[in-house]
Write a protein that binds this ligand. Structure first.
Ligand code: GRF
Length: 197
């Protein structure tokens, strides 16, 4: 078996994508197949519900509260220090709602993935579902991409498409996209693990 590959997941809230990753890791035997395991879940929000979910799965959790730092750079440096203690081969952003600065992004170049709830390059940024509805899109979806210095602009690893239905509002469309995200993110991580890092 290849050497152990440590995965660190960053969250800010609910953590349903993080949970989908934990479930896939167990059910699809990432440890046996690629020596890969989620070793830590780190949140910038002390109240993030996902921290409890991670703990229930027996995964180490940590908070790096961005409000405790005077600058974005200081927060990024503290976050990187917390992450690097786990010697990660991959860092997975899963609903992590802070923009990360260029030094952080450069430090994790080729190791940092994000999931975004739109079919990039369409609808980078926030309010993706309402914007897709307003544009009259007939399909919507989600993208897993490498993180670069831009906003949701890095190379796309995998995408999932869902239909937009006539009665949709942002909530119903968001629910459909989120279910697709839960299938997509583990699949994208597996694709990266198969390709080797
Ligand atoms: C997801 O839609 C993700 O694509 C976006 O934020 C949401 C996080 O949801 N970046 P969860 O915390 O994974 O449940």
């Amino acid at each position: 078996m290849a050497q152990t590959q440590h995965l660190v997941v960053l969250i800010s809230g609910r953590g349903s994508n993080m949970e989908a990753l934990l479930q896939a890791a167990r059910q699809r035997q990432w440890a046996a197949r690629w020596g890969a395991q989620v070793v830590a879940v780190i949140s910038n929000q002390p109240q993030a519900a996902g921290l409890h979910v991670a703990a229930q799965h027996g995964v180490a959790t940590q908070v790096v509260d961005h409000r405790a730092f005077a600058s974005r750079q200081a927060f990024d440096a503290a976050l990187a220090q917390a992450i690097d203690a786990y010697q990660p081969t991959l860092v997975l952003l899963a609903g992590f709602m802070r923009v990360l600065g260029p030094a952080f992004v450069a430090h994790y170049q080729g190791r940092l993935l994000n999931i975004h709830p739109s079919l990039l390059p369409a609808f980078a940024g926030l309010n993706t579902h309402q914007r897709a509805l307003d544009a009259g899109c007939q399909v919507a979806g989600a993208s897993v991409h490498w993180v670069d210095e831009g906003l949701d602009s890095g190379a796309i690893v995998a995408q999932a498409v869902v239909p937009v239905l006539p009665a949709d509002d942002a909530h119903t469309l968001g629910q459909r996209v989120l279910a697709a995200e839960h299938r997509l993110y583990p699949r994208a991580v597996e694709r990266v693990l198969v390709a080797g890092l």
